[in-house]
Design a protein around this ligand. Structure first.
Ligand SMILES: Nc1ncnc2c1ncn2[C@@H]1O[C@H](COP(=O)(O)OP(=O)(O)O)[C@@H](O)[C@H]1O
Ligand SMILES: [Mg+2]
Length: 430
């Protein structure tokens, strides 16, 4: 029997973790450090360590385990050494008796059973932490199995606790590396990521820093002294109108873009409104900006307006289309509505990175008359669950909050999506 070998060498930082002989290891590292790659090499080693060795790869969900690791694992396994590859069980049984199986922490029943020799918990920050204490840790007991926790920080959550714990206990060791330390991402890619992400998110994702991004204020990069300043309409650029379709209040923002900078020049906040009323009010508000040949307007907003009917007769986006059609050339409107909305956290990250990116640039300004928008940026918070942990939703307990900032976020997320190859992975749970 020959041990299957990874088809490439581990990088020095990966090697340091690989050669550590502590029973429990915690690796905290930036995106694309090479964490999953290391995990796969560890699984191969463990499954050949002893006869009948059982090694598991656990991701936050079964779907993630399959998407992140399955084809990569199969590529690493040399065909002559694998005895059976089960696509239904996501497992590989080797000639030597050892096996590797992929599992999801979302299906606790699939994790039951004894006699594990090695387990990797990948993306541990996004995982239900009880699967470790209640299911996986006991399963390691009878064979004195080993465990490797891997993750990129997500605030001070259970990955942080595990990392701290590992530093203070004998059987444990803790490692922390930046993305650059991994040697898989060139520096110029990181510089490009820094210009897209706000500084805290950049430090979290690429420097493996435990930041308090997950808690508290959603728009933490907002600072009234920096971002609020009197702005005026510029005939040189198009008007941007972006809407949230909440009924009471119905909020929208009026902005203009100059190069890379967005200026929010006004907001509309209408109590108990429908979309038609919002259009009428918008049109009244922009009368001073009218110009010969029709006022150019780009319209953005909540994609759910394709289905929703705030007025009861037609969808929100159809109403907007009809409203601007009947203006007959007085406005040249382009409706830019997307089919679906970006994730809440992505949208808010994009707003924060326009407020301040890791390169120190501010690319979003707001006129002081946008009172609701400014209140939102100062006050909107993440909601927390019964244990005080942040959820993936905003706190909506105050019915007046979130709508103006949502309206702005829809536009920014569409106009300035994260493009870098190494941006945050869309699979993140939030
Ligand atoms: N030792 C290595 N040698 C060559 N390429 C590697 C190595 N480790 C990782 N990579 C590559 O770097 C990229 C990021 O690795 P991955 O393990 O997915 O990172 P992470 O899980 O930390 O986000 C992948 O394309 C992977 O194939
Ligand atoms: Mg990974």
């Amino acid at each position: 029997m020959r041990t299957p070998r990874p088809n490439r060498l581990l990088k020095p930082a990966q090697w340091r973790v690989f050669t550590c002989d502590k029973r429990f290891r915690v690796l905290v590292a930036g995106r694309r450090f090479g964490k999953t790659e290391l995990a796969l090499c560890e699984l191969l080693r463990a499954s050949f360590d002893s006869r009948g060795a059982v090694a598991w790869y656990v991701a936050p969900s079964y779907r993630q385990a399959k998407r992140i690791a399955w084809s990569r694992l199969k590529n690493l396994v040399r065909s002559d050494s694998a005895l059976t590859i089960s696509e239904t069980d996501l497992s590989i049984q080797f000639h030597g008796g050892g096996s590797i199986a992929l599992r999801g922490a979302d299906n606790v029943d699939s994790l039951r059973g004894n006699g594990l020799d090695f387990v990797v918990l990948d993306e541990f920050a996004s995982m239900n932490p009880q699967v470790w204490s209640e299911v996986l840790r006991p399963a390691l007991a009878d064979r004195h199995g080993r465990a490797l926790f891997i993750g990129t920080p997500q605030g001070h959550n259970h990955l942080y606790d595990r990392f701290e714990f590992a530093q203070n206990h004998d059987d444990w060791s803790a490692f922390k590396f930046t993305t650059l330390d991994g040697g898989n991402v060139p520096k110029k890619e990181l510089i490009s990521a820094a210009s897209e992400l706000d500084p805290r998110l950049y430090r979290q994702e690429f420097e493996a820093s435990f930041e308090s991004t997950a808690l508290g204020r959603a728009y933490y990069a907002f600072n009234r002294d920096i971002h609020v300043r009197p702005l005026s309409y510029s005939p040189a650029s198009r008007l941007i109108w972006s809407l949230d379709f909440n009924v009471n209040p119905m909020c929208s923002v009026i902005a203009q873009r100059s190069g890379d900078t967005v200026n929010v020049i006004d907001e509309l906040v209408i109590e108990d409104a429908n979309t038609w009323m919002a259009c009428q009010q918008f049109w009244r508000r922009v009368q001073p900006y009218r110009q010969y040949g029709g006022l150019p307007v780009d319209i953005y907003g909540d994609a759910s307006g394709h289905q929703r009917r705030t007025s009861g007769t037609d969808t929100d986006w159809n109403l907007i289309r009809q409203f601007f059609l009947q203006l007959r050339g007085e406005a040249v409107a382009h409706i830019k509505a997307l089919k679906s909305n970006p994730g809440v956290r992505d949208r808010i990250n994009i707003v924060n990175s326009r407020l301040l990116n890791a390169a120190g640039e501010t690319r979003l300004f707001i006129d002081p008359r946008c009172k609701e928008l400014i209140s939102d940026l100062e006050r909107v918070c993440w909601s927390t669950d019964s244990l005080g942990q942040p959820t993936s939703d905003l706190d909506k307990s105050d019915r007046t909050r979130t709508h103006a900032s949502d309206a702005l976020g829809y536009y920014l997320a569409q106009a300035f999506p994260f493009t870098g190859k190494i941006g945050p992975q869309p699979e993140r749970l939030f």
